[in-house]
Design a protein around this ligand. Structure first.
Ligand SMILES: Cc1cc2nc3c(=O)[nH]c(=O)nc-3n(C[C@H](O)[C@H](O)[C@H](O)COP(=O)(O)OP(=O)(O)OC[C@H]3O[C@@H](n4cnc5c(N)ncnc54)[C@H](O)[C@@H]3O)c2cc1C
Length: 331
């Protein structure tokens, strides 16, 4: 049996990999999209399905879940082979083809590769207070999957970045009370989000840090708050839930052991203006890549996706024209 050879293999089914796969389908290539997790959507699906995205072109505001739903609908317009629950363990080069090995023992052969693995597998940065991790599932949370879980509850959120601030204003619509605790007076979030927070009824406990979390006899959590400088106790607050929003750390160990491993800087692949890495035929887009001026935003990754796909097509078929405009196609 002759082996199937794909034109383009996209590794990583986050929003950027999904859009690249759609665009590769639009350009009539034989494309495969490979994703570690059981569902597509990357960070959006795994980390913030309930959050409202405001900075994606064409949406005046869309929840993470609905945004990925729309991407899935777009992806279904053209034939794209999709393999979920499949981690790429290794990539080798042989006779100008790339041989991809996966965790579930598949071998996938492709003329080009687009790496859209984000920052690799991600996990939340933990709260370094003894006993807190034992309370996960008993009031302490690192993920918010469904804001309805917090309806009519007293909720505290620790953190001062975009996700903490957005989470506070989002949950405040359903909670009984929402408190945000941050060790600085200023939040490190988008100006619009900080303004929204200051105009809301969210209680701000700043600049303070949580030094102790204990479970009360009635199941609620008592948080002891202190000065940042000397850890001297200031006050305690009692809540039903504590959401830790200190951001995420990612690991890209799997990718480090690939035989075809393009040049990296801080675990991101260096690319040129065509999104090509230092290895011909290997491209990288989205949070996985790096160049001067790069921003890790979906809108930026969406711009990179067609650039990479068109460059990949020129790599295996230098005579092929295009790209044309999608408006000239009849679907
Ligand atoms: C809390 C939070 C809020 C955010 N809010 C916004 C926002 O409002 N607007 C905005 O533009 N951006 C936002 N971002 C950033 C945005 O989510 C990322 O820029 C975006 O997800 C990058 O998409 P991606 O497809 O490049 O990577 P990812 O979404 O990280 O997807 C990469 C995918 O690759 C898969 N993968 C990794 N390694 C392998 C492997 N070896 N084999 C197979 N699959 C693999 C992963 O499982 C993952 O699904 C936010 C991020 C966070 C954490």
């Amino acid at each position: 049996m002759t082996e199937e050879i794909y034109d383009i293999a996209i590794i990583g089914g986050g929003p950027v990999g999904m859009f690249a796969a759609f665009y590769a389908g639009l350009r009539n290539t034989k494309v495969i999209l490979i994703e570690s997790l059981a569902t597509l959507g990357g960070q959006v699906t795994a980390l913030y399905p309930e959050k409202t995205l405001l900075d994606v072109a064409g949406f005046a505001g869309v929840t993470g879940e609905n945004f990925i739903k729309a991407l899935n609908e777009q992806l279904a317009l053209f034939p794209v082979e999709i393999r979920t629950s499949t981690t790429v363990d290794d990539v080798k080069e042989h006779n100008n083809l790339f041989i991809i090995s996966t965790s579930n023992h598949q071998k996938i052969v492709s003329k080009t590769i687009i790496i859209a693995t984000g920052k690799g597998a991600f996990e939340p940065r933990k709260m370094q207070i003894a006993g807190v991790d034992d309370l996960v599932g008993q009031g302490v949370h690192y993920f918010v999957k469904n804001k309805e879980d917090f309806r009519n509850r007293d909720v505290a959120i620790v953190g001062g970045g975009d996700s903490a601030v957005d989470m506070a204003t989002m949950l405040n619509n359903v909670t009984q009370s929402t408190t945000i605790i941050h060790r600085r007076n200023h939040f490190r979030a988008m100006e619009q989000s900080v303004q929204k927070l200051s105009e809301s009824t969210v209680i701000q406990e700043t600049p303070k840090r949580v030094i102790e979390v204990s479970k009360k006899y009635n199941g609620q959590l008592e948080l002891t708050l202190s000065h940042v400088k000397d850890n001297q106790m200031i006050n305690t607050i009692t809540v039903d839930d504590l959401i830790v929003s200190y951001g995420f750390i990612s690991e890209s160990k799997t990718i480090q052991s690939w035989q075809v491993k393009p040049q990296q800087e801080n675990f991101s692949f260096n690319v040129n203006q065509k999104m090509q890495t230092n290895i011909p035929g290997v491209f990288s887009i989205g949070d996985a890549n790096h160049y001067d001026g790069k921003s890790d935003l979906i809108a930026v990754g969406f711009g990179e996706a067609p650039i990479a796909v068109n460059a990949a097509i020129r790599h295996f078929d230098p005579h092929r024209g295009g790209p044309g405009h999608s408006s000239s196609l009849s679907i």
